[in-house]
Design a protein around this ligand. Sequence first.
Ligand SMILES: NC(=O)c1ccc[n+]([C@@H]2O[C@H](COP(=O)([O-])OP(=O)(O)OC[C@H]3O[C@@H](n4cnc5c(N)ncnc54)[C@H](OP(=O)(O)O)[C@@H]3O)[C@@H](O)[C@H]2O)c1
Length: 284
Amino acid sequence: MTTYAITGTTGKFGQAALKTLVSLVPASDIIALARNTEKAAAIVPTGVSVRKGDYTDQVSLTASLQGVDKLLFISSQPGAEVSREQQHANVVAAAKDAGVKYIAYTSFPDTPHATTPLALDHAFTEQAIIDAGITHSFLRNNWYLENELSTIDGSIAGNPFVYAAGDGKAGWSLESNYAEAAAKVLANDQPKDIYEFSGNLITYADLADAVKSVSGKEFEVISTDDQSYTNGLKAAGLDDDTAELVTMFQTLIHDGNLNVPSTDLADILGRPLNSVADELKSII
Ligand SMILES: NC(=O)c1ccc[n+]([C@@H]2O[C@H](COP(=O)([O-])OP(=O)(O)OC[C@H]3O[C@@H](n4cnc5c(N)ncnc54)[C@H](OP(=O)(O)O)[C@@H]3O)[C@@H](O)[C@H]2O)c1
């Protein structure tokens, strides 16, 4: 028998990954880790057990990971009181101490060559897993299509579709696709070390065209520079730090950080990828 665990199971990714995993392995072999166990217990699929899993608490993580063979480690969010690096170091150390045999970790596209500061925590975590000597798969997820929802909804409502990434390409796909793929890798007997999971690579101009065709709305599309983009965000009410962070997402696409061609996502899902227009239909 193999025992599986997934972190962050009260989140969208964790929920979607659990949904797929219970279709692949017995629910009784799955442990849902969550920092809020009550919240998790109310929403996990029947038969899945729940244990405490707070990235800031290495001791209880070590206890919760006892008996776990394969762990899907969903990356935490930056900006918390305890740094993401420290949170991730805790998870890896706990997995090692508990004797976890395999970790699938949700990482950043082509991490070793990424130039954006956003990839640093992921490079750190990949290295920590390697240093711990734990067999692994790095699930280097490209961008969730849902990241663009405020721009998409805004343009459908009549605002301009503004971007600063120029002709940079991203591989947008629905978050649920990445989560389904993650669960399929976890259940796989012979997973690869590295998966570059990505939707079809397109530009913001292509995305805007797809939004127009799916919504039937016409709106202005403006390609601008970083400074004007940041100013626009501040004028819209974002604080300085958030405006800088959101601009960084544009810069990293402009600089090619997400332009990583791969067929891994379709290969693991076992079906061809939908066009971005088809994927938009489920979130607009
Ligand atoms: N590639 C991309 O485009 C992209 C975009 C966005 C995010 N991401 C990554 O994907 C991850 C999952 O996204 P999501 O949509 O599932 O986010 P989400 O719905 O906001 O869920 C975040 C999850 O992380 C949990 N969490 C937060 N701090 C924690 C801690 N200290 N210990 C344990 N669990 C903690 C939350 O628990 P509570 O329910 O208790 O709050 C929740 O379960 C993100 O964390 C981020 O690393 C990638």
